[in-house]
Design a protein around this ligand. Structure first.
Ligand SMILES: Cc1ncc(C[n+]2csc(CCOP(=O)(O)OP(=O)(O)O)c2C)c(N)n1
Ligand SMILES: [Mg+2]
Length: 789
């Protein structure tokens, strides 16, 4: 059971006034932070800085009650991107955010536009920005928490809720529902999604037809749905004679009308209500009881702005059932553009912010004073209240201890093998190992795959280590003695998280599992497998995981046209460019099993290094003859991104350069060419990504006077003559390697795939796509021999 901070009823009554006052302060500080960035701070480029005052004002009450009243010590929160300034204001009141950071909001090194785990100075549990992903990651964080508890990596007493504070437009993102379905299968718990239901997105108000539909969808998936529609003032109005008519009118009011009337204010409310229901019994008297200001106030007193209603709602969900709160709100609540359909990026002008300052009782010049406008006693009381509130007692992240990695992982010894098969064997060896270090590593591995566990060669590991299920899952086929190579048995001890086919969920699961160390204090080493072309399906979620420095090993296999018979729909072409272009992810494409074992060992260390990151291995099902090694000189270079498989002679004018499973064609071409081109070398680029990064980084460090280090690629190419020529070959976009010519000014012929693949045998395809030995020889002949004339 979770522990949650729910105050006693008496205390709650007293708290409401405090919380209301805090809520107004958060609205003020978030507005002022954005105002300062746009209107007061120097703007050398004259560009609008931006920030979302209306999005903040919509959610301040929800965040006030959550952070200062209901938050559990171990709860983790994903804050909707556009409410970043509210989170900063909360920490400012708490004393954990500096004035300097607020004043530099959206400036270089200042508080970030959207909450960021890695860049903000305040504790941020989950980065957000790409809407929908921050919501769904909380669900996978709940599963991660359950996984850790089941494996002894987290004490039950140290668990909390994973909470998403979300905009209602996020409910339009499909990834929400993919996650919802996966969560239902895994019996997700301890997850709250709190919807700031202002019925406005960026462009306009949202569709009325969705009313109640979200409830249905979530309830179908086992969630409790709590709707906070009316605030206490509205409820009091409904209890009066004529109140039922008022409630019925509100319930029938289209979103867009409600928004427009909110913007127009009290007189407009009165005119419209009088026209629509003024003749109904007691309504005229009811309306007459409010002046225009009070009428506007009661009409917009929605559940999501009512502190007491929010307190009750959070208290009503004090168990581990996943819960969606639909908190009705007004976008821009309390600000001059409240309800205006265009208010998403709206900014108050100087006169309007001065008006807000005056209503807060804040003197000009005191705008940044955390407790300005309060008397000394009230300020002290508020400060004490905040200091004693849940956010102040919130558990800080603790560093996780490192998982030891064996010096070497065993290399599968078949004379011919594919990198994908070798991957399965290496993991199997780890899973069965009796060596304590290897076992310790295997125990921290958690594998996951979107319905391609077996076809990506994770099966053997899963056979050894089982599926992760909180409730026991029997292997019916096995029990019935129906022959199958695959055991499909689940328990709390299992180490494979079975996912449905939605690739987006894979990346969100990897993001959450890959944050286990910082979030929960225990390092997991997540390995996710996916078909290489379908990385693209989850690309934004992959980027999202990397953006917040989640650490995981992505094994994408099979890849390229090398997957002959599967045809163009399953053959990846541009994934090497994804690998090169994605920050936080190092892309390797090994050719041989011993390279793979080396790189997996490196990956397990890199995942844990302070300056490390995630790793992407692009593998293939093509079994190729393995290379004879006579020494280990190549290993360090392979980790750095490339090594000479055939050392060129000093001053050589030519080299073949390749990445991955295409090596037999390169070796065959080499045999053809070696006699004509003495000193020809073969460069095996294990990571086009690392070579490219190293090259540009060393240039930048020279230009900025920070160093003179030569990049690895520069050092690799140094033995060649200055006017040497390169033929580059990769089963993927040729641009992944063609840039190598720019390093030292060498001419390049770049072979690769730049149109959709076909079905066919490998010889057919390699011939059609000019990846075979003949194509390499042709390219070399033109470049090295004819081209030299
Ligand atoms: C994936 C993605 N698409 C588009 C955007 C641009 N965008 C930012 S906020 C927003 C709509 C926000 O509406 P809502 O979630 O309801 O938030 P609120 O009304 O509370 O501001 C859009 C389209 C984005 N941030 N992420
Ligand atoms: Mg909205």
């Amino acid at each position: 059971m979770m522990t949650n901070v729910i105050a006693e009823p008496d205390a709650v009554t007293g708290d409401v006034a405090m919380l209301e006052s805090l809520e107004a302060r958060l609205r003020w500080l978030s507005s002022w932070t954005i105002h300062n960035a746009n209107h007061l701070r120097d703007s050398p480029d004259g560009l609008k800085v931006g920030g979302h005052q209306a999005s903040c004002a919509s959610i301040t009450a929800i965040m006030t009650v959550l952070y200062f009243h209901a938050l559990g010590r171990h709860d983790k929160v994903a804050v909707k991107p556009h409410a970043g300034p509210v989170l900063h204001a909360i920490h400012y009141l708490l004393g954990t955010q500096s004035l300097d950071q607020l004043q530099r909001f959206r400036g270089l090194g200042g508080a970030q536009s959207y909450p960021s785990r890695t860049k903000d100075m305040i504790p941020v549990d989950f980065s957000t920005g790409s809407v929908g992903l921050g919501v769904a990651v909380t669900l996978f964080a709940s599963l991660t928490q359950d996984y850790l508890v089941a494996h002894g990596g987290l004490a039950p007493a140290d668990t909390g809720r994973m909470i998403a504070l979300m905009g209602d437009a996020e409910l339009d993102e499909g990834n929400i529902y993919e996650a919802l379905i996966e969560g239902y299968k895994h019996d997700v718990r301890n997850c709250w999604w709190i919807v700031d239901y202002n019925r406005q997105s960026l462009d306009h108000t949202t569709a009325d037809r969705m009313f109640r539909r979200f409830d249905d969808i979530f309830e179908t998936c086992g969630w409790r749905v709590l709707t906070l529609k009316y605030g206490k003032k509205q409820q009091a109005a409904f209890a009066q004679p004529g109140g039922t008519s008022l409630r019925e009118w509100i319930d029938a009011c289209p979103n867009v009308d409600f928004a427009a009337l909110t913007y127009q204010g009290g007189a407009a409310w009165r005119a419209r209500l009088t026209a629509d229901i003024g003749s109904k019994p007691h309504v005229a008297k009811l309306l007459a009881g409010y002046d225009d200001h009070a009428l506007a106030d009661v009409m917009t007193n929605l559940g999501g702005h009512c502190i007491a209603t929010l307190i009750e709602a959070f208290a009503a969900a004090d168990d581990d059932r996943p819960t969606m709160f639909i908190a009705y709100t007004v976008k821009g609540y309390g600000l001059p553009f409240a309800g205006h359909k265009d208010n998403h990026a709206g900014l108050m002008n100087p006169g309007q912010i001065a008006g807000l300052r005056t209503t807060m009782g804040i003197a000009e010049g005191d705008e940044w004073e955390p407790w300005a406008g309060l008397g000394d006693n009230a300020a002290a009381a508020m400060q004490a209240f905040v200091a004693a509130s849940p956010i102040a007692r919130h558990a800080a992240e603790v560093p996780a201890t490192a998982v030891a990695v064996p010096d070497r992982l065993p290399v599968p010894d078949d004379a011919e093998q594919s990198t994908q098969a070798a991957f399965g064997r290496i993991l199997l060896d780890l899973a069965k190992s009796t060596d304590p270090v290897a076992r310790g590593l295997a125990d921290r591995i958690v594998t996951t795959s979107p319905d391609v566990t077996v076809s990506t060669n994770l099966g053997a590991f899963v056979n050894q280590r089982g599926l992760f299920r909180r409730a026991e899952l029997k292997d019916v086929f096995h029990a019935a003695k129906i022959p199958s190579p695959q055991k499909w048995r689940g328990s709390g001890a299992g180490q494979h998280l079975e996912l449905g086919i939605a690739e987006n969920n894979l990346f969100l699961a990897l993001a959450a599992l890959g944050l286990a160390a910082p979030l929960f204090g225990t390092r997991l080493l997540p390995i996710g497998t996916v078909y290489d072309p379908f990385i693209a399906r989850g690309l934004d979620a992959l980027n999202y995981g990397c953006y917040q420095d989640a650490r995981f090993l992505l094994v994408a296999t099979p890849s390229g046209v090398t997957l002959g018979p599967e045809g163009g729909a399953h053959q990846s072409i541009n994934s090497p460019l994804i690998g090169i272009g994605q920050p936080g992810l190092t892309y390797y494409e090994p050719a041989f099993a011993d390279e793979l074992a080396l790189l997996m060992g490196h990956a397990f260390r890199h995942l844990q290094a302070a300056d490390g990151g995630s790793v992407y291995l692009r593998l293939t099902t093509r079994a190729i003859a393995q290379v004879e090694r006579t020494d280990a000189y190549w290993e360090a270079d392979a980790v750095r991104g490339g090594y000479w498989l055939r050392q060129p002679r000093a001053g050589s004018g030519a080299a073949l350069v390749f990445t991955g499973a295409i090596v037999p064609e390169v070796l065959a071409a080499y045999d053809d060419l070696a006699a004509d081109i003495p000193g020809l070398g073969i460069l095996n680029v294990t990571s086009p990504d690392l070579l490219h990064r190293g090259w540009t980084a060393s240039q930048a460090s020279r230009w900025t006077g920070k160093g003179t280090a030569t990049s690895h690629v520069d050092a690799l190419l140094a033995p060649l003559a200055p006017d040497a020529r390169l033929v580059t070959v990769i089963d993927g976009s040729p641009s992944a390697l063609s840039w190598l010519g720019g390093v030292r000014g060498m001419r390049v012929a770049a072979l690769g795939v730049d149109r959709f693949g076909q079905t066919g045998t490998l010889p057919d395809l390699y011939r059609s796509y000019r990846l075979d030995a003949e194509a390499i020889v042709d390219a070399a002949a033109e470049l090295f021999i004819a081209g030299r004339a």
